[in-house]
Write a protein that binds this ligand. Structure first.
Ligand SMILES: Cc1cc2nc3c(=O)[nH]c(=O)nc-3n(C[C@H](O)[C@H](O)[C@H](O)COP(=O)(O)OP(=O)(O)OC[C@H]3O[C@@H](n4cnc5c(N)ncnc54)[C@H](O)[C@@H]3O)c2cc1C
Length: 410
């Protein structure tokens, strides 16, 4: 069986940044396993700009941003295998993978970094009635078809979901000559960035209907139309508010789900809120020596924060394999997100293992105006910050996921 100090599963921005960081922190024996034909992950199909403002102070396209990290991996001489699908990992950090050249093979790692990203929520998970005609795509699939494979999924388009991928695809389809008729959003607020609503919808006269959902899909062979209706506060369609749209394509942009089948089968403890592993201050999962970062841990809006988090995971994995961790005293501080904060990453902190300061990321579950975010240690308020707005999906340095606070060692 082959042996490596650190094996990284996934060669997207998280895996690349984790690998570079582990190498810079003194570990040479590193292997990245990537199922795709190239490194870079989802960024390879995101040809719009807007990436890297925090990291490089430049507006890069997705492939340009990925290329900067691929270059680092090449320059550092980090080994990687493409076309290689990881099939299984065990509690003992044994990895089973396969590719065409080597068939099925096993690797024993001292540490594993989970960086498998996430996938889009499919129609099956959305309970939309109607037939199953051609013409229904996830927004990410449509993005790949248009940007990488040169196919147009359709001409008359309705989009369900106003997260950033849906918004960006509304503009992209318009650039390619499609008529995007409406973007319907179940929630009373958009899940995407304000600047994307302006630049991708308003600039092209595409209406955004908040508190609306698709209640019927028509067409047997190919989509011929959809019906959208307003929903009440509990998300139920309100009879009498239905509107019919003729279209040949329905794009779904209804959320992302961390890709955690491998983590689950290895016995990693999962968060029911993020659908990602529960991690401590070192971004280490419930299995010692197995770390997680990027979209497999919790869905990020901004790749810059993925890279930042992944660098920390890589550094912590390096400290672990070099045996440099201080002996744990056993004291664990549990994070207890309440009053609108849905989750924190990490979910727990071992004070004797953390640096002097630690970044804690979180997301809120609703729209909050003129509010405070407070951090309590037992009953003592140790940090209090006022915000004019706090929005669930507005994560790029404005609020939401991008918002992080630095916790000092208690
Ligand atoms: C459509 C879209 C638009 C976006 N737009 C922006 C934007 O404008 N600005 C911005 O900053 N961010 C944007 N983002 C977010 C950013 O791209 C992501 O946060 C980032 O790519 C996540 O990195 P990751 O490495 O965690 O996941 P990914 O990029 O998804 O990489 C995960 C990798 O793991 C591999 N993998 C998974 N399972 C296995 C396995 N079993 N074996 C081997 N390999 C495996 C996958 O093939 C993939 O290459 C966008 C994201 C999407 C989806």
């Amino acid at each position: 069986m082959r042996e490596y100090d650190i094996v990284i599963i996934g060669g997207g921005p998280a895996g690349l940044a984790a690998a570079a960081s582990a190498k810079r922190n003194g570990v040479d024996s590193i292997l990245i396993l990537e199922r795709d034909k190239e490194l870079g992950g989802i960024l390879n199909q995101c040809i719009h700009n807007g990436f890297g403002l925090h990291t490089f102070k430049e507006e890069l396209t997705g492939p340009e941003y990925a290329a900067r990290f691929i270059d680092q991996v090449e320059e550092l001489g980090i080994e990687y295998k493409l076309h290689t699908m990881v099939m299984d990992i065990t509690h003992e950090k044994k990895i089973t993978a396969m590719n065409r050249e080597e068939g099925m093979f096993e690797i024993q790692a001292k540490a594993i970094v989970l960086a498998m990203g996430c996938r889009e929520r499919a129609r099956g998970a959305l309970n939309i009635p109607g037939y199953r005609p051609a013409g229904i795509y996830s927004a990410g699939t449509a993005q790949r078809l248009v940007n990488r494979e040169g196919f147009m999924p359709g001409r008359e388009v309705v989009i369900l979901g106003s997260g950033d991928i849906g918004l960006i695809m509304a503009r992209r389809m318009t650039f390619e000559g499609a008529n995007v008729k409406v973007v319907a959003e179940l929630m009373p607020y958009s899940g995407g960035l304000k600047r994307n609503i302006v630049q991708c919808l308003d600039d092209y006269g595409i209406p955004l209907k908040l508190s609306h959902t698709v209640v019927d899909i028509r067409g047997k062979e190919r989509v011929t139309g959809v019906t959208i209706a307003q929903v009440d506060k509990s998300g139920r369609p309100i009879p009498g508010t239905e509107e019919d749209y003729e279209c040949d394509t329905l794009l779904l942009s209804c959320g992302l789900i961390p890709e955690n089948e491998l983590s689950r089968s290895a016995g990693v403890e999962m968060s029911p809120v993020t659908s990602g592993p529960l991690v401590n201050e070192s971004l280490e999962t419930s299995i010692e020596g197995v770390f997680a970062c990027g979209n497999v841990l919790h869905v990020h809006d901004l790749v810059d924060f993925v890279s930042e988090e992944a660098a920390a995971a890589g550094r912590n994995a390096a400290v672990y394999v070099k045996g440099e961790r201080t002996a744990a005293e056993g004291k664990v501080v549990r994070m207890n997100p309440t009053d609108g904060v849905r989750y924190t990453v990490p979910a727990s902190i071992r004070p004797d293992q953390m640096d002097d300061q630690l970044t804690v990321r979180f997301r809120v579950g609703g729209v909050y105006k003129n509010c405070y975010v407070c951090v309590y240690f037992d009953d003592e308020c140790v940090s209090r910050r006022k915000r004019r707005w706090w929005l669930p999906g507005d994560g790029r340095g404005e609020a939401g996921e991008g918002e992080a606070f630095r916790a000092a060692r208690p």
